[in-house]
Design a protein around this ligand. Structure first.
Ligand code: C2E
Ligand code: MG
Ligand code: MG
Length: 383
C-alpha cells in the first residue's frame, strides 16, 4: 500500500506542478493550490484523473487505482481547521456516493456467506478470542477486545477478515453482533469468577450504528445484564455514513454505561467535526502507523500528533499493532496510554487468556520500557 501510494504521489505531483500534493492519510491525498481562475478546480481534477488512469505495477501485482475526488474552494472566512473540515466532509460525501452501489448490493457471494454464517451460529461454531489492552504506565490490564473466529469443521479457525466484510456488505451483522454481546457477557462472568474483572470491547459494524431496531435490541440485552461492563469499538467512517443517527445511538449506549472507542483511527475517513461530537473515551491508532513506528520517518509524527489530539479531546489513546519492544518504548515516551499487539499478547481463547492474566505475563512486556530491557521468553505463540 505504501509503495502504491508513493508511486501515485509522484505521478500527482508531476501532473499538477503548481500545487502542493501530500499524503494525508492511508489512502488520501491532499492537493492544495492558489488560483484566481474559476475553472482551475475542474482542470486540476482532470489532471489528477489522468495521472491515475494507468495501472501501477509493483513486483508481480498490477493495480488500477479507483479515485474518489472532492474539491472545496477556500473562502476568506475559512481558517485552516475550517477548510480541512469542509474538505473532509466533502470527501466523505463523495466516498459514500461512490460506495453506495456496493453497500446496498447483496450479491450471491454475500448471500451464501450469510447463509453459512447463520448455520455456524446455530451449530455453535463461532467463538470469541480476546486481546488485552495494557495500560503502559500502570502495567495493568483493565480491558480486552473481543475478536470473533469461526471454528469451521473443515477449514479450521477462520479469521474474521474472511467472513465479516461480506456479511457487512449484505448488511447482515445484526445476529452475529447480538450473539457476540451475549457471549462476551458469559465469558466476562467466567473471567470475573477467576478474579479478572475486565471491561470487554466489542467491534461494531458501521451499518448497525444507524439501525434503530438493532440499537434497541442491543441496549435491551445489556440492560438485562446489570453486571456487564462493555465497550463498543466503532470507526469514524461508520459515523460519517449517517452522523445524526450514529451520534444519537452512541449517546444511548453511553447512557447505559457502554464505553465508546474510536477504532482504526487514521485508516479510513476522518472528520474533526464529528470526532469532537462523539461520546468516546478512547481512540485507537490504526496498526498501519504503529507496526512501522520505529522504521518510518513520518509515522512517529502522525502518532505523536494523534496522541496530543486525543488527549486534547479528553480521550485515552490505545496503539494497536504493537509488535516490538522498541515500538512500545517509543509509544511510552510519546505519552500513549495503552498498547495492544503481539508483543504483549495475540488474541487468546478464554482459557489461555485466564492463564496469561494469572501469570501476569504482560508485566514482562511493559516493565522498564524506557530503559534497557531484555524481553523474557514469552509463553504465548504468535497468532
Ligand atoms: P480490529 O478491530 O482493528 O482488530 C485488530 C486486528 O489486528 C485483529 O485481527 C488482531 O488479531 C490484529 N492484531 C492484533 N495485534 C496485532 C499486531 O501486533 N500486529 C498485527 N499486524 N495485527 C495485530 P482480527 O482478529 O483478524 O480482526 C480483524 C478485524 O475484523 C478487526 O479489526 C475488526 O474490524 C473485525 N472484527 C473482528 N471481530 C469482529 C466482530 O465481532 N464484529 C465486527 N463487526 N468486526 C469484527
Ligand atoms: Mg477493534
Ligand atoms: Mg483496530
Amino acid at each position: 500500500m505504501r509503495r502504491l501510494m508513493g508511486v501515485l504521489l509522484e505521478r500527482l505531483a508531476a501532473s499538477v506542478p503548481d500545487a502542493t500534493v501530500v499524503l494525508a492519510g492511508r489512502d488520501v491525498f491532499e492537493v492544495d493550490f492558489l488560483t484566481a481562475r474559476p475553472d482551475a478546480l475542474a482542470q486540476v481534477v482532470a489532471e489528477c484523473r489522468a495521472a491515475c488512469a494507468n495501472a501501477v505495477h509493483i513486483e508481480k501485482i498490477s493495480c488500477l487505482p479507483k479515485l474518489v475526488i472532492s474539491g472545496v474552494i477556500g473562502r476568506p472566512e475559512d481558517d485552516a481547521t475550517g477548510l480541512i473540515e469542509r474538505a473532509e466532509a466533502a470527501l466523505a460525501e463523495a466516498e459514500l456516493a461512490a460506495a453506495i452501489p456496493d453497500v446496498v448490493g447483496t450479491g450471491e457471494t454475500a448471500d451464501s456467506v450469510v447463509a453459512e454464517l447463520d448455520g455456524a451460529l446455530d451449530r455453535g461454531e463461532m467463538v470469541l478470542h480476546y486481546q488485552p489492552k495494557v495500560h503502559i504506565r500502570r502495567q495493568a490490564i483493565d480491558c480486552i477486545e473481543a475478536l470473533v473466529r469461526w471454528e469451521h469443521p473443515e477449514r479450521g479457525l477462520v479469521p474474521p477478515g474472511d467472513f465479516i466484510p461480506a456479511t457487512e456488505r449484505a448488511m447482515r451483522m445484526e445476529r452475529l453482533t447480538l450473539w457476540t454481546i451475549a457471549q462476551a457477557i458469559v465469558d466476562q462472568r467466567a473471567l470475573r469468577a477467576q478474579g479478572h474483572d475486565l471491561r470487554i470491547f466489542i467491534n461494531m459494524s458501521g451499518h448497525l450504528l444507524a439501525d434503530a431496531d438493532f440499537v434497541r435490541l442491543a441496549c435491551a440485552a445489556i440492560v438485562a445484564a446489570p453486571d456487564a461492563r462493555l465497550g463498543f469499538e466503532v470507526t469514524e467512517t461508520s459515523v460519517i455514513r449517517d452522523p445524526d443517527a450514529a451520534i444519537a445511538h452512541l449517546r444511548d449506549f453511553d447512557r447505559i454505561g457502554v464505553r465508546i472507542s474510536i477504532d482504526d483511527y487514521g485508516a479510513g475517513l476522518s472528520s474533526l467535526a464529528y470526532l469532537k461530537q462523539l461520546p468516546a473515551c478512547e481512540l485507537k491508532i490504526d496498526k498501519l502507523f504503529v507496526t512501522q513506528l520505529t522504521s518510518s520517518n513520518r509515522d512517529p509524527l502522525i502518532v505523536r500528533s494523534t496522541i496530543d489530539l486525543a488527549h486534547a479531546l479528553d480521550m485515552e489513546v490505545v496503539a494497536e499493532g504493537v509488535e516490538t519492544q522498541a515500538a512500545l518504548a517509543l509509544l511510552s515516551v510519546m505519552g500513549c496510554d495503552m498498547a495492544q499487539g503481539y508483543f504483549i499478547s495475540p488474541p487468546l481463547a478464554p482459557a489461555p487468556l485466564a492463564a496469561f492474566l494469572a501469570a501476569e505475563q504482560h508485566r514482562q512486556a511493559t516493565q522498564d520500557v524506557r530503559g534497557s530491557f531484555t524481553r523474557r521468553a514469552a509463553g504465548w505463540k504468535r497468532g
